[in-house]
Design a binder for this molecule. Sequence first.
Ligand SMILES: [Mg+2]
Length: 378
Amino acid sequence: MGGTVALVDCNNFYASCERLFQPRLQGRPVVVLSNNDGCVIARSNEAKALGIVMGDAWHLRRAEFERWGVQVRSSNYTLYGDLSARVMRVLGDFTPDLEVYSIDEAFLGLDGFADPEGHARALRESVGRRTGIPVCVGISTTKTLAKVANRTAKKDPHSGGVCYLPDEASQTAALAKMELGDVWGIGRRLAPRLAALGITSPLKLRDADPTRIRERFNVVLQRTVMELQGTPCLDLEQDSPDSKTICCSRSFGRAVEGFDELAEALTAYTSYAAQKMRAQGLATAAVVVMLTTNRHRRKAEQVECELPTPSGPSTMSVWMSAEEEEADAASRVYVVCSTVLAACPTSSVLADPLNQPGPMPAGQVNSISPSAAAMLRA
Ligand SMILES: [Mg+2]
């Protein structure tokens, strides 16, 4: 018998964030576009009702969107990250066991709560009141079943945004309304392989023999089956493991042709990446810089620069030999620019007089590496 676990998922998260600051978007179809305004990555319910799907290319559907009065927004990840942190802080008031699973999802351990459903309704109201973000809550005995419950809460207009599946009867009823590919971890590739064995629905998957599933597939799918049966196999992960890499990457909204402008952007992205790294108490031994020209014109290039010593909390400096770049770089067009830090624990930082604790002085990250500069020349 499992415990009690809830999954909180923000509704149409990016679209909801945009609405928060523009109340006139309430009740209207809203879509958020990917970097560079390429394709649809978030839709309000009204946009979904119009048949707009994830990944729809904006440039192909622009005229249609205008005709329908669809409100189109460029993505603003800084805003979404900030609102996500606010939502997670509220959730932290409702349980000591919180796993932030993604920018808009969290698992909550609710063992020992007498009335999990009432607690979830209070939580949902509190998140709405304190952050303005609408969420749905699914509660059940395992994480996989909490996902099922959350989906049910979203789909059922009478749920009030909360669905509790405490026993096999309620779980069976919810699973009966789903497709196999809707089950957490199944997806489009696994579903046909399962169908070949006669497992064509979530209920058939739940009733499969876990040992046989492990023999035919793997332990991950075996765990999914056991979780559907109500046996918890996935713990709440409250301490997220250290990042192996930290990346900050953006597409420019328009072509960037000047070296200075490019260096400025790269400096900013390196700073953001270093900021994330410091917040996690990590250091780095290598910096990777990727610059991509318009992908329809030139293939992506990448360069990695090894630091002489792992760089710690205060020093994330990268060097540039800029003088000879000016003339040449101006003739190119760069559309993507990013910095990746290969992170390692701060404790592994070598003794380095420059690695002083404390915040990084403004302007310290002010250049790009010689190898990146060499790549720009190439
Ligand atoms: Mg969501």
